[in-house]
Structures are given as C-alpha cells and as structure tokens.
Write a new protein. Structure first.
Length: 64
C-alpha cells in the first residue's frame, strides 16, 4: 500500500506531517502491521472475541 503525499513548495513541514499522520490513521496501516507481528491461533482469536463481547454486555447492563 502506498501513501502519496503532495506538498506545496514552502509549506510548513509540521502541517505536512500532520496530514501524513491523519492519512495513516485513516488507512489503518498501523493496525495491519501490528496484526501481522505475531500469529494468533484461530481458537485464541475466537476466545478474545468472546471475552470482548462479554465485557461489552457487562458494561451495557451494569451502567443502567
């Protein structure tokens, strides 16, 4: 995946970096890289999803 960033001559570098960071966040590039850093077994992935769902249910009904 390529992120192309066009900047105008004389444009502030801080502003260009800010736009670059926003583009990276929108593209979910960092999430994809972190996801591929280690292998997670499918059974562990299912367990993690189940735990997240339980937590969300708990939070949803405990705040009432």
């Amino acid at each position: 995946m390529k992120l192309i960033l066009k900047s105008k001559k004389g444009e502030d570098i801080e502003k260009v970096l800010k736009v670059y960071r926003k583009k990276i966040d929108k593209s979910d590039l960092i999430k994809e890289v972190k996801k591929h850093q280690e292998y997670i077994k499918p059974s562990q992935n299912k367990r993690n999803n189940l735990l997240k769902a339980r937590y969300k249910q708990f939070m949803k009904y405990s705040i009432d």
